[in-house]
Design a protein around this ligand. Sequence first.
Ligand SMILES: C[S@@+](CC[C@H](N)C(=O)[O-])C[C@H]1O[C@@H](n2cnc3c(N)ncnc32)[C@H](O)[C@@H]1O
Length: 270
Amino acid sequence: MSNSNNQPDWHAIAEKFDLWLPQIKPVGDELIKRLNAQQGDHILDLASGTGEPALTLARTMGDSVKIVGVDSAQGMIDVAQAKVETEGLGNIKFQAMPAEKMSFDDNQFDKALCRFGVMLFENPQQGVNEIYRVLKPGGDFALAVWGEAETMPVMYWSYEVFKDKVPKESHPPLEKITSMGAPGAIDTIMANAGFSEIKVERHTFHYQFDTFDEYWDVVEASDIMKLQFDALKESDRAVVRNEVAGFAKEYIGESGLRVPHDFLLAYGKK
Ligand SMILES: C[S@@+](CC[C@H](N)C(=O)[O-])C[C@H]1O[C@@H](n2cnc3c(N)ncnc32)[C@H](O)[C@@H]1O
């Protein structure tokens, strides 16, 4: 089963999502740096997945901060909360709820962050309106969204390779994933929600694997494209792999497979 817009079934793949965390860590580090959390802050992490970057923030800031992570997928919350309990962290907890309808009172949080969530919301505007509502006046919101399709090689390859082999309802969700990448898109949503001092910066990080095989193993093992693979004829499985390998060739060098991807960091103040 998939949720809207051909997204992965986040609940079902939660146990496997951590396979991607080492790849996107530089984005979390950048977000944490820009969030500039202070002792005493009450912080909200939206679409918190299996807990990053909120857990890194909790470990580094210690008990003077309080952090809450929310995600609409219960499976993600269970994985994140299990980490809290294993590590005995007292300053962070995770709760299942959609960004568009949070159960928090107005003006609760000093800071909010969201890594690769806003463009996936069922209703991004409503989600960002909610974030504005629960922030205190003067509170900060820092988020990361993917760039445009042509700046996202691994997602673009998958789209190109699958689009002629599976029905439309199983196409990779390239349009949704890149929907905040166009100039002005995320700024407009933040301004509509009421944020001021909005800044948007374009950054690049690299997906980095020793070999193409290592990359493809993670794609398959993480089930991130289960919807697409399930819709594929068995005889096309090897074809898909070979076609993606063909796209990847130009990014293989001495340090293995290294693929640049753009993301946007956006900031706003309530
Ligand atoms: C790409 S993952 C990112 C997870 C985490 N922020 C990270 O960077 O590791 C996207 C997450 O957004 C969550 N999500 C999608 N739509 C949502 C919504 N409307 N409200 C809250 N979470 C949502 C998914 O369940 C998934 O965990």
